[in-house]
Design a protein around this ligand. Structure first.
Ligand code: PLP
Length: 409
């Protein structure tokens, strides 16, 4: 299969990612663990270098040139995030350490202020632990209850059951936009419309969607949207919580300290509006700037990159499905390029280890989705997760290795 199309030059794209030319043992690296974390283009690596060589100073309160420049660059990164997700205003975007921290922030701040005994939080069976455990803790603190929407055998969400579970008691629906195990893309707009009809708010976990297709806060319908920089080719330890300004400003602070206050007095303290209200202390300035570069880079490659990725997913699905005894877990019609699978009689960990010996990086295990594994009646899967810089040749290498591994057992 050709990787190049008229407007997508894969060799040029891959040249932007220095790590893709390294070897693992004797073999060229085949990196198919993008769902866990994507690799970084030169634009990101150079932004980090440039910041520490030429721009570093603490932001916001400085009157000197460096501080003013660093502040402007930090706020420019916020504007880039807003553009990337179609936010109405950059001030709707709060910088966090990542998806996990963003969800913890909402669960601790909004959850504690708004959940009461008898209220219900609706989750789905396909949530990542990061979108389960903070809600369990919030439920314990407040007396709210957790209800769970099941997943059909092909990996689609049971919207029929979702409708039945929704009630005036439902105060929040927390749902993944795309599943990190099944690849399923959930119909967040439809879910949000239904949730809003009973007065519930919706948190959409965009950790796996933002890397694969454009998202738009104007049409998504969610009240909270969270994602991580490192899965969209940016640095680790960075992420975003998006919500409308009135929602954010009605939430109590999550962490307190410098920069998030208006006036501090031993008689009482007043707080700034969002986003500063939720960005206490000196933030991760360098990684924020590099995150902004990553989003610009990824956005520049769209939509050609998506067409390539879709073709890769179709090719990889057919290639893997043709391997005897291999079963793909997650075949929903709407999917991102995540391929979980099992081979009868071979433990996922053995498959992962043997693939690594061929230079192929995949992930094995429960993928931080133990409740989903329980629902599917399996202990774990092997997961190959693709992005735009993967190639048809890499899929062939995966297929060939899996054929060989299957025959070993
Ligand atoms: N939600 C989903 C669907 C994920 O796939 C992940 C990470 O794999 C997370 C949340 C947590 O993201 P992070 O570890 O970047 O906070």
């Amino acid at each position: 299969m050709p990787d190049n199309t008229a407007d997508f030059d894969i060799a040029r794209v891959r040249a932007d990612f220095p790590i893709l030319s390294r070897r693992v043992g004797k073999n060229p690296l085949v990196y198919l663990d993008n769902g866990a974390s994507a690799q970084k283009p030169l634009a990101v690596i150079e932004a980090l270098d440039r910041y520490y060589r030429h721009q570093h100073a603490n932001i916001h309160r400085g009157v000197h040139t460096l501080s003013e420049e660093a502040t402007a660059a930090y706020e420019q990164a916020r504007a880039r995030v807003a553009k990337f997700i179609g936010a109405g205003d950059p001030r709707e975007c709060v910088f966090t350490k990542g998806t996990t921290e963003s969800i913890n922030l909402v669960a601790a701040s909004w959850g504690t202020a708004n959940l009461h005994a008898g209220d219900e939080i609706l989750l789905t069976e396909m949530e990542h632990h990061a979108n389960i455990v903070p809600w369990q803790q919030a439920a314990e603190r407040t007396g709210a209850k957790i209800r769970v929407v099941p997943v059909a055998p092909d990996g689609t969400l049971r919207l029929d059951v979702f409708r039945q579970l929704l009630s005036p008691q439902t105060k929040l629906v927390a749902v993944t936009h795309a599943s990190n195990v099944l690849g399923t893309v959930n119909p967040v707009s439809e879910i949000a419309a239904l949730a809003h009809s009973v007065g519930a708010l919706v948190l959409a976990d965009g950790a796996q969607s933002t890397a694969h297709f454009p998202v738009d806060m104007q049409t998504l319908g969610a009240d909270f949207f969270v994602f991580s920089s490192h899965k969209v080719c940016g640095p680790t330890g960075m992420g975003v919580l998006w919500a409308r300004t009135d929602t954010l400003n009605a939430m109590p602070p999550y962490q307190c300290g410098g920069d998030m206050i208006r006036v501090v007095d031993f008689a009482g303290t007043t707080f700034r509006d969002a986003p500063e209200r939720f960005e206490a202390g000196t933030p991760n300035i360098a990684d924020t700037l590099a995150f902004g570069e990553a989003l610009e880079y990824v956005a520049r490659l769209r939509p050609a990159a998506h067409a390539h990725e879709d073709a890769l997913l179709r090719y990889a699905t057919a290639r893997l499905a043709a391997i005897p005894k291999l079963r793909i877990i997650g075949t929903a019609p709407e999917k991102v390029s995540v391929l979980s699978f099992l081979i009868d009689g071979v433990h996922p960990l053995d498959i992962g280890t043997l693939l690594d010996a061929d230079g192929i990086a995949v992930r094995t295990g429960h993928h931080c989705a133990m409740p989903l594994m329980k629902a599917l009646g399996i202990a774990g899967t092997v997961r190959a997760s693709l992005v735009f810089y993967n190639t048809f040749d890499e899929i062939d290498r995966l297929g060939d290795s899996l054929e060989r591994i299957r025959k070993m057992f």
